[in-house]
Ligand binder design. Structure first.
Ligand code: ATP
Length: 270
């Protein structure tokens, strides 16, 4: 169904305060918010507003979150689809979904179109034909390029796309007037992990022996998504024991559980 591919006219409540760390990336996308809120400020001197930017970084670092926050800050609709949804589609379906997505977006402009895992459709042509129908992927990619070239740069539609493999992408996507800007979203350092914990500890009933900086020290290499998981898991562990607050030990158990999960994932990959 269409609903699976993109959210219809969704207003988002996510804002920059939900995104911890990522100072540089936030600063770069703030410009996008400004383009959406006051386009005339930029176009009156003859400038062209960029059509799109690529968010590049490892899984779980907040690329989707940041794109949503841009829509939330500018108070515009957020349309999204994931490249991986197109991998196993029948001929013609991917391209027509892309067409539908842009048609809707143009009607609802100003807005953000977000394409997650763009590498699934935007992989360099002629490589890795073993995943899905290669022709169909190319059709979908070509339609995306056509749509990007087809709309007026000042139409109020800004496309954000995410990938963890920018090096795999078809160069055509990065050409001027398409995704000609790259915004890097990296794994958080110690301080940033502390900030991310602060966001995700907000709704949790904590015992006094726990704080964000202690947790940041226990979690080197964790992404924002891993940190969100730790907080949720700790709350569930405490609840299972019928406790009325979440303790340091519950968090340490949750960290162990997440590390166990990550090791398993790595084993499957390697
Ligand atoms: P993927 O590449 O796997 O799609 P992503 O980079 O798009 O990942 P998100 O989906 O944005 O990552 O992150 C998943 C969840 O992890 C978010 O909804 C949020 O709860 C948490 N998270 C990730 N990064 C941050 C951050 N910088 N600040 C706060 N929460 C974060």
């Amino acid at each position: 169904s269409q609903a699976k591919v993109f959210d219809k006219d969704s207003r988002v409540s996510t804002t920059f305060k939900d995104v911890a760390g990522l100072a540089e990336a936030k600063q770069e996308v703030e410009e996008v918010v400004s383009f959406l809120k006051s386009p005339a400020k930029y176009t009156k001197l003859g400038g062209k507003i960029p059509k799109g930017a690529l968010l590049v970084g490892p899984p779980g670092t907040g690329k989707t979150l940041l794109a949503k926050a841009v829509a939330g800050e500018a108070n515009v609709p957020f349309f999204s689809m994931s490249g991986s949804d197109f991998v196993e589609m029948f001929v013609g379906v991917g391209a027509s979904r892309v067409r539908d997505l842009f048609k809707q977006a143009k009607e609802k402009a100003p807005c953000i179109v977000f394409i997650d895992e763009i590498d699934a459709i935007g992989r360099a042509r002629g490589r890795n034909p073993n995943m899905g129908s290669n022709d169909e992927r190319e059709n979908t990619l070509n339609q995306l390029l056509t749509e990007m070239d087809g709309f007026d740069t000042n139409s109020g539609v800004i496309i954000l796309a995410a990938t963890n493999r920018a090096d795999m992408l078809d160069r055509a996507l990065m050409r001027a007037g398409r995704f000609d800007r790259q915004i890097h979203v990296e794994l958080p350092d110690l301080n940033e992990r502390g900030e991310i914990f602060q966001v995700h500890l907000r709704p949790i009933k904590l015992s006094k022996d726990i704080d964000a900086s202690f947790l940041a020290k226990q979690t080197p290499g964790f992404s924002g998504a891993d940190i969100a998981n730790v907080c949720n898991e700790a709350a569930l562990i405490a609840a299972r024991k019928d406790k009325d607050e979440v303790s340091r030990q519950d968090f340490l158990d949750a960290v162990d559980r997440i590390i166990g999960g990550l090791e398993k994932k790595n084993k499957i990959i390697s």
